[in-house]
Design a protein around this ligand. Structure first.
Ligand code: KG4
Ligand code: ZN
Length: 357
């Protein structure tokens, strides 16, 4: 079975082709530089850009896979959650493709696709605890199989990546600044008393990062030596004239506060859920060194197999969408041409048409 995957939920446009043998080809165009000028993603620009690059990427991905449009059995498209205008571009393209070729359409939950991404490289183990940490989401799931997810907890306000990016913006780092913060954090030991691990003194599995973000921003505002005057280039993101040692300590402490909060809630979920054999950590923020170390340690202590996708499968990509779509089609799931896009903040329905053509 050949399945095309289309990702256009935020600011990356990507197309990939998978078969039983795995990933055959992938093409990705990032708009990050365009949005960096504005310090965040501009939805109108994102949608227009998807529209202009999607046909080219699709042609190239098919050629690289040695496939003609008519060879495809299925077309998987990320249907949400994401930016509505951007999702609609991908959905319309996928629907047109299916109308023209007769391929089966399947809408994919972008968040589930992130958590299934390790399956592109390794055979996954279930039941698993899935932690999705990205720029837009922080979700904790029980995954009983590739087709069965149960949401256990989620952020009530900022996503982990959003907190990273907002703190980084205050420090005048280039957007998105999460990785610069992480890089600088390597130069210092964390001060565990500097920032609070927010929203842990309760008995639930939800997260809240906006209080932590405010605590860091307030600290930065009170210590002018921590912030560059103007946003520096990517070569030296923290800028000149900054107290680098003090800034590194702030970054390390913030990194630790986020990582340890995620660790506490993941550990609480493991105490409650029966039969968990694996821990999956996915999404762009899964590239964070502190989070990777905390989750590695947690998996070792609890005797779990750890699945951490390679960095290129952590950030938004179409391989994970094609893979999740391939798995859904294998389960007999598909959608009609009335498939709807789901904007951020709304739950993605499980509204497949099960079974035959
Ligand atoms: O999953 P993703 O590519 O986009 C969304 O679907 O949101 O994640 C992007 C997020 C951004 O917030 C970025 O700053 C963050 O991942 N990020 C990091 C690191 N690398 C990327 N945050 C912390 N530490 C990193 N090393
Ligand atoms: Zn994503």
């Amino acid at each position: 079975m050949l399945c095309l995957g289309i990702e256009s939920s935020c600011d990356e446009t990507a197309v990939a082709v998978v078969s039983e043998g795995g990933l055959l080809s992938e093409r990705l165009a990032s708009q990050a530089d365009m949005h960096a000028l504005f310090g965040g993603v501009v939805p109108e620009i994102a949608a227009r850009e998807h529209l202009s690059v999607l046909p080219v990427l699709c042609r190239e991905a098919l050629a690289a896979a040695g496939a003609a449009p008519g060879d495809l059995d299925g077309v998987a498209v990320a249907r949400g959650p994401g930016l509505l205008g951007s999702l609609l571009v991908g959905l319309s393209f996928a629907k047109g493709f299916c109308l023209g070729t007769g391929a089966r359409l399947v809408g994919v939950n972008h968040l589930h696709a992130h958590l299934l991404a390790p399956g592109l490289e390794l055979e996954m183990l279930f039941p698993a605890l899935g932690l999705l940490v990205s720029g837009g989401h922080t979700h904790l799931y029980r995954m009983d199989s590739p087709g069965s997810f149960r949401l256990l907890g989620r952020t009530l306000d900022d996503a982990a990546g959003e907190a990273f990016d907002k703190v980084a913006k205050r420090l005048n780092f280039p957007y998105p600044g999460g990785r610069f913060l992480d890089e600088l954090a390597q130069e210092a030991e964390p001060d565990h008393g500097l920032f609070p691990r927010a929203y842990i003194d309760n008995d639930n599995l939800d997260f809240s990062f906006s209080g932590l973000k405010t605590a860091v921003v307030t600290h930065v505002d009170a210590h002018p030596g921590l912030r560059a005057e103007r946003m520096a280039g990517a070569g030296e993101p923290w800028g000149r004239g900054v107290d680098r040692a003090a800034l590194a300590r702030v970054c390390a402490s913030f990194n630790w506060a986020v990582s340890d909060t995620l660790r506490i809630k993941a550990e609480r979920a493991l105490d409650r859920e029966r039969g968990i054999r694996a821990l999956v950590v996915a999404g762009g923020v899964a590239a964070n060194s502190g989070i990777r170390a905390a989750m590695r340690d947690l998996a070792r202590r609890r005797g779990l197999e750890l699945f951490l996708p390679s960095p290129r499968f952590c950030t938004d990509n179409a391989a994970m969408v094609a893979h999740a779509g391939f798995l859904a089609l294998s389960l007999g799931r598909r959608h009609g041409l009335d498939l709807e896009a789901v904007p951020r903040g709304r739950a993605v329905p499980e509204d497949w048409l099960q079974g035959a053509d």
